[in-house]
Design a protein around this ligand. Structure first.
Ligand code: ADP
Ligand code: MG
Length: 765
């Protein structure tokens, strides 16, 4: 964290200190609340109306709980030979009782709230659940909990009938402390104190409260209806500000100049088209035309290409790269892993054939156009690395393929015109931006992903880019059949291995995927199952090392459950499998040295070692057309999109393929998930299903970050319609007032979102 920000945080901290004193400020800090603004946007997670009690059966031993309950009995007595006074209260929800015990020196010294509480009264009580030490009473009790009597509705006063907000609590900061702090802030708040980013007409059109009213009623609702309305308003607020920020980013890009790279007749692109061994699909042609137009424009292209696994994104990207090279520029292709970068370099050279000249100067030559493809990865030796750097800097290499290492500081380009990012979910906006600054002008950017993103998520996460979609697969692909296999059923695994042997005998290859590497991986056995899977949408963050990405997934697996099947244990077992006798078995995982990885891939690709036992290193993009069988062990560990990615590694030629997803007997949901997976080859449908199973927290990564996100109430899936409405409204305003000169409050609100420091949440899908 830069020093400036540090000191800002410190002064913000003292903001709450100044208001509430050190003690309360410290208590609020346990909820990660450090600013007035943070506090104002820290919403209750529910409300209780009087007599609406919490089920007291909720909560486990040792858990911090907050209950609203009625006092069913209360007594006090002197104990310990007269040295202590014990008050016991029994709380009830009508069905379950929970005890509470309070010790004090004397009856006089009993806590004032405890003293105040009467039988029949409602109270909020918060503490840690423990097993009761006293026989005869409730089984569970709270020792020295915090209690607050709640207003009794008896008098029928409106004050008493107000819903009570319940805030997420910590031991140090029970709900009412937060409530008290908020009261101090909200009570004196005047409508004029709160700048509302949503213009009045828009509020009227959508039936929204003013921001001032919404904040007041979300924290201190007059009725539960007011609370609902306030939350709706704040939800719209979040969607609207975010969409405005995205719209501004989008327009901002149009303000930048990019060098137009129109097609050049008789160049590399024409030559490639003439020599392609296949005809492009309609979807490929359509997207290619979109890219061609974008590249010819004077503003930077910012396009996301969502393409089904195997839909042929590489050749579409290559065509775009060649258009740029023909126009005198260079293109960079970023891949998430070293394995994939190497494969991209190889397959691009293969597609280019004679057009890829290792010695070419990057420009048109009398004997026809040529260019050079340079590969740059983190693990490269010094000499080839220097050569690749030189080729990039001199412009000799028209195409530079690499991993994260391409983002390293020493990489210079002569004239970077296009950046292609493959498998976007593994790259952050930040990293894309680092690369962008390497060009004198902003280069065109194409981001590709095979993990389709549901529309509402795309609007939220990629609202600032154009999108293209390729659902169609090249004709003539024989489909992949998927079978769910129960590992425990006698004889089933033998049949799977027999099928693998058959495929190999027919000249095919087989992947066997396991979730864990194994050996000193260690880690406590823990919650297995799909919950542990980061899925292919997991953000790898800015792992510096090229293979950090793979390791993140694998390490996650090591930690998740040490009883998951491991590559290093499975490989020797397969070698001993009678059906597989005499067949070469290789291994591949993120902990191998780069040369070892290369060798494993090369041996597998050539057929020398036709079975590859691997972790998800092979998950994205690896292309071995002879691979016809895939066996995924402990398949329940993986997300559906991730399984789909894995399955996309087979059936790439014309021979079709068979995918076995192997599971040990699991729950109903896991079985259902795998059946869903086996039932369709449609990655878009699976992405939706994945979302439904995993929840959006995982999609936006909020659960991982623990960081203050700007989306507090908005639910990206459920609120899709609201997001759409907010998007339309936001675009209308930004288009008529791009600088938001007439909308200062909105300008300020979007700024914090546009600030790259604060933009991480946009990045986590
Ligand atoms: P993905 O979209 O998953 O990245 P690839 O670009 O790796 O897919 O393409 C998958 C395979 O399909 C490659 O072997 C590629 O050469 C081949 N391919 C691409 N386009 C076509 C096409 N129009 N017809 C036939 N094969 C194609
Ligand atoms: Mg690909």
């Amino acid at each position: 964290m830069p020093a400036a920000k540090d000191s800002a945080l410190n002064s913000e901290r003292s903001e709450l200190e100044r208001l509430f004193g050190k003690r309360l400020a410290a208590d609020l800090a346990t909820l990660d609340l450090h600013t007035v603004d943070g506090l104002l946007h820290h919403y209750p997670h529910r409300y209780v109306e009087h007599e609406q009690v919490t089920p007291l059966s909720r909560g486990r031993i040792d858990e911090d709980v907050t209950y609203v309950a009625r006092v069913s009995s209360k007594e006090g007595r002197v104990v310990r030979g007269g040295t202590m006074y014990l008050t016991t209260i029994v709380f009830t929800d009508g069905t379950t009782d929970v005890g509470a015990t309070f010790f004090s020196k004397t009856e006089h010294k009993v806590n004032k709230y405890v003293k105040e509480l009467k039988v029949g009264q409602y109270a909020m009580v918060a503490g840690k659940l423990s097993r009761s030490k006293f026989a005869g009473g409730p089984v569970r009790e709270l020792v020295h909990p915090d209690v607050r009597p709640l207003p009794t509705p008896a008098g029928g006063s409106t004050e008493a009938a107000k819903p009570v907000p319940i805030y997420p609590a910590t031991k140090k900061c029970p709900s009412w402390k937060t409530e008290h702090a908020l009261r101090t802030i909200i009570d004196p708040l005047q409508p004029g104190d709160v700048a509302d980013p949503i213009p009045g007409e828009l509020r009227a059109e959508h039936g929204l409260m003013s921001l001032h009213d919404a904040l007041r009623h979300v924290h201190q609702p007059a009725t539960i209806n007011h609370a609902h309305q306030a939350r709706h308003t704040l939800r719209f607020h979040e969607a609207f500000v975010l969409q405005s920020a995205l719209a501004r980013r989008r327009l901002d890009a149009r303000r930048f100049d990019a060098d137009p790279r129109p097609p050049v007749a008789g160049g590399l692109l024409d030559a490639l088209d003439a020599q392609l061994p296949f005809t492009l699909t309609a979807a490929q042609r359509e997207v290619a035309a979109e890219l061609g137009d974008d590249l010819a424009g004077a503003h930077p292209m910012q396009r996301l290409l969502q393409g089904e696994v195997g839909s042929g994104k590489t050749v579409v990207a290559l065509r775009a790269m060649l258009q740029v090279v023909d126009a005198g520029g260079q293109a960079a292709l970023l891949a998430p892993t070293e394995v994939l970068a190497q494969q991209h370099a190889r397959s691009i050279e293969a597609l280019l054939g004679p057009l890829a000249d290792p010695m070419a100067a990057g420009l048109l030559r009398p004997d026809g156009p040529r260019t050079r493809v340079a590969l740059l990865t983190g693990s490269m030796g010094a000499a080839p690395r220097r050569a690749a750097l030189l080729a990039a800097a001199s412009g000799e290499a028209g195409i530079v393929v690499g991993t994260h290492a391409l983002l390293g500081e020493h990489v210079q380009f002569a004239d970077l015109g296009l950046v292609v990012v493959d498998e976007q979910h593994r790259f952050g906006v930040e990293q894309r931006d680092v690369l962008r600054t390497k060009a004198a002008k902003v280069p065109h950017t194409l981001v590709m992903t095979a993990t389709p993103i549901p529309r509402s998520v795309a609007m939220t996460v990629f609202g600032d880019v154009d999108t293209s979609t390729m659902r169609e697969l090249p004709a003539g692909r024989a489909p992949v059949a998927t079978h769910v296999v129960s590992q425990n059923r006698p004889g089933w695994m033998e049949r799977v291995w027999a099928r693998v042997a058959e495929a190999v005998a027919a000249g095919g290859r087989a992947y066997v995927v396991a979730p864990r590497i194994g050996e000193d991986g260690g880690g406590p056995a823990g919650a297995a199952g799909s919950a542990g899977a980061t899925g292919s949408t997991g953000s790898a963050g800015s792992a510096g090392d090229t293979d950090g990405v793979d390791l993140v997934t694998e390490e996650g697996a090591e930690k998740a459950a040490s009883d998951l099947i491991a590559v290093l244990e499975l490989a020797p077992q397969l070698a001993a499998e009678p059906a597989l006798a005499g067949i070469g078995i290789g291994i591949l995982h993120g902990r191998l040295a780069p040369e070892e990885k290369n060798r494993a891939m090369a041996d597998f690709s050539s057929g020398t070692v036709p079975i590859l036992v691997s972790t998800t290193v092979i998950e994205v993009g690896v292309d071995v057309p002879e691979a016809t069988v895939m066996v995924v062990m402990d398949a329940n560990f993986f997300g559906l999109s991730q399984l789909h990615q894995l399955r996309g590694r087979i059936g790439r030629g014309d021979r079709g393929g068979t995918c076995f997803v192997v599971a040990r007997s699991g729950g109903q949901v896991s079985k259902q998930r795998l059946d869903t997976f086996a039932g369709t080859n449609d990655g878009f449908a699976l992405a939706e299903a994945d979302l439904a199973y995993r929840g959006e927290g995982d999609v936006l990564g909020r659960s991982q970050s623990g960081r203050d996100s700007s989306l507090k109430l908005l639910r990206v899936i459920e609120d899709a319609d609201l997001i759409e409405a907010a998007r339309v409204a936001a675009w209308a305003i930004i288009e008529s007032d791009p600088d938001l000169a007439a909308h200062p409050a909105l300008a300020r609100a979007t700024l914090t979102l546009i600030d790259p420091d604060k933009e991480e949440f946009l990045d986590r899908a």
